[in-house]
Design a protein around this ligand. Structure first.
Ligand SMILES: [Ca+2]
Length: 621
């Protein structure tokens, strides 16, 4: 009798607590919540969708490698872990009911007869809250929430541990049965069905109201907040794909987009977007353009603001810095690929708002004219990057020697003019429209006259002496994207795209042709960049190569999804040979070049433009 009664109690508790079982039932309707922890390293951050953010004092985390903790990238790195005293070997128990997303995690942890529910939520920009609950256990379970902060001084008081590290202060507080606070953590003894609730607060220069904040964090309605975070996924447009992994990857990508959205701050006048929150916490030009392409499908106001925020940083002469911060003094002095008019038009088409075009047009016009006039030092009608970083292709072999007129920059400028002309017509500015037509024609003619090589059927940069630098990189396809090339030139480019020895690799398109001696696994020297795939897909369609465009779209989505299923993250760039995890590829190196160069840092995970382009492409953008 005793056994029967207990098993009924356990079953009741499980069904009561697994609030995601309702989400699981929705799978048949296409809502497949992100649920891959994988290697760890996935972004965990509070989104501007839900409240104010602060890029000066970011409390931005990643999922940990042990499958149940978080690491926050504050000045003194903070690790937050769940430890089971009875058995340290407890593992995640993957289930359809869990959710591993950018601002909400709900996961099952267990070992030999013990099953715990672990939940993390971001309450606001400075606070993570959570709960660990005993769902199944032969007896009371000893659990510990451990926090490690390098070089910190600790104080313990009742259910609170305070960590001091120079300018920063963190507070860990909890509530639960037999709760004890000690140096570096909280422990509790959980009978079946009971839980330990905890909050970790980041207090950077705001310790005055810390008592109040701690109390509010502990008494927050976690269930309500959890349902609110999950509701974000329910209101997204449903992808039409019948591949469940692609659909799950889509929801993951939308989550990556959401937590890369932050609020207006000082000199950045509108809500804006980041490439990954960490390590890139600020705003970049072409990143923002790609982010807007994804956001337009589910957050039109955020898509418009992503572009307006960049334009709000424009200088009086039309210049827009390639990296922008809330403080004008800290902005960079370089330009970046000009693709904002293109993105603005796409946002306008999807989320139609003439006021938006009215705001953007004069600013985009000034930016394009700056690119044409101020970036053409030798006044030959074609523009130069000035610095390799301006191109966005940091360590590309294109820049192993000095470069003058650049194929991508000039193709982008022509493309901008194409969309500026559309905007001018929309706004009734006939003279401007005529000016853009004329300028497109002149610059396209120059590109084809000076940068096209008839012999190899490809576009190249010029060196400062005006001689073509014959290295085949994806930059050579930008005239296809921009509508600069003739039908014959497009056909020649498609030959290169479909040649297995050049760009048609296991995962096309490598950033450098595979038959180049510089081709390797280092960032822009071979790996696949999803933003370039996006540009080439559009270029192929523009010239009538629909099959090639749809094949490239399909393999791009599949490969992003394949690595997401394995590693749990959306990467910055991918292996064109399709065999190695992007985590194993080189990222720059001592001199930023070459096979075998030492990797300078970890790869970037949950990269915003990859996610944005996935969203855009699976929704038919
Ligand atoms: Ca020039």
């Amino acid at each position: 009798m005793w056994n029967v009664s207990e098993s009924i109690t356990i079953a009741a508790l499980i069904s009561g607590f697994l609030s995601l079982s309702s989400a699981g039932a929705e799978d048949a309707r296409g809502l497949e919540l992100p649920n891959v922890w994988g290697q760890g390293g996935a972004l965990f951050a509070f989104s501007g969708f839900d409240g104010k953010t602060d890029c000066r004092h970011p409390f931005v985390g990643s999922t940990s490698w042990d499958g149940r903790g978080l690491t926050f990238h504050t000045d003194a790195p903070v690790s937050l872990r769940l430890v089971l005293h009875s058995n340290g070997k407890a593992k995640r128990l993957p289930s359809q009911d869990e959710i591993i997303a950018g601002d909400v995690i709900s996961s099952l942890i267990g070992c030999s007869g013990t099953k715990l529910k672990l939940r993390y939520l971001l309450l606001n920009k400075d606070t993570v809250i959570g709960e660990v609950k005993a769902l199944e256990a032969p007896g009371p379970v000893d659990v510990r929430i451990a926090v490690e902060i390098g070089g910190s001084r600790m104080e313990t008081q009742a259910n609170i541990v305070t960590f001091h590290t120079g300018a920063e202060e963190f507070v860990l507080a909890g509530e639960g049965p037999d709760l004890k606070a000690d140096q570096g953590g909280l422990t509790a003894r959980l009978p079946l069905g009971e839980s330990l609730r905890f909050a970790l607060l980041y207090c950077c220069g705001q310790s005055a109201d810390i008592g109040k904040r701690t109390k509010a964090a502990l008494s927050a309605n976690q269930e309500k907040l959890f349902q609110k975070r999950v509701a974000f996924f329910r209101q997204l447009p449903k992808p039409k794909s019948d591949d469940s992994l692609l659909r799950r990857t889509y929801y993951k990508c939308a989550s990556v987009q959401k937590v890369n959205c932050v609020t207006a701050q000082d000199a950045i006048l509108f809500d804006w977007t980041t490439p990954d929150r960490w390590p890139h916490r600020y705003m970049w030009i072409w990143d923002s353009a790609f982010h807007a392409l994804g956001l337009r499908h589910f957050a039109p106001e955020w898509a418009r603001n992503a572009i307006k925020a960049v334009l709000s940083k424009q200088r009086p002469n039309g210049f827009i810095p390639h990296k922008m911060t809330p403080d004008d003094q800290l902005d960079s002095k370089l330009i970046q690929p000009p693709i904002l008019s293109w993105a603005a038009w796409k946002v306008f088409e999807t989320a139609g708002d003439e006021e938006f075009i009215r705001y953007c047009y004069p600013r985009l016009k000034a930016a394009a004219l700056f690119g044409c006039k101020e970036m053409d030092a030798d006044h030959n009608g074609l523009s130069e990057w000035g610095h390799r970083f301006a191109s966005g292709m940091d360590n590309s072999p294109r820049f192993d020697r000095p470069v003058g007129d650049a194929v991508d920059l000039n193709a982008y400028l022509v493309n901008e003019m194409f969309y500026l002309e559309k905007m001018a017509l929309k706004l009734g500015l006939a003279a401007d429209a005529r000016m853009w037509t004329q300028m497109q024609r002149e610059r396209s003619r120059k590109v084809n006259e000076l940068l096209w090589d008839r012999e190899t059927g490809f576009y190249y940069d010029l060196d400062p002496e005006g001689k073509q630098i014959k290295i085949k990189t994806v930059a050579g396809f930008t005239p296809l994207f921009a509508g600069v090339c003739s039908k014959e030139q497009a056909a020649a480019l498609v030959e290169h795209l479909t040649n297995p020895k050049e760009f048609q690799r296991a995962f096309p398109l490598p950033s450098v042709s595979a038959d180049e001696p510089t081709f390797c696994d280092n960032m822009w020297r071979g790996p696949v960049w999803i933003n370039y795939n996006r540009l080439v897909i559009e270029g192929l369609a523009r010239y009538g190569y629909q099959d090639e465009a749809s094949k490239l779209r399909s393999i791009t989505l599949k490969e992003i999804a394949r690595w997401y299923a394995r590693d749990g993250v959306i990467y910055e760039f991918y292996d064109s040979e399709g065999t190695r995890s992007p985590a194993e590829l080189h990222r720059k190196g001592k001199a930023g070049i070459g096979v075998g160069a030492r990797r300078t840092g970890p790869c970037v995970r949950d990269y915003h433009w990859t996610a944005a382009i996935f969203v855009d492409q699976i929704l038919g953008g």
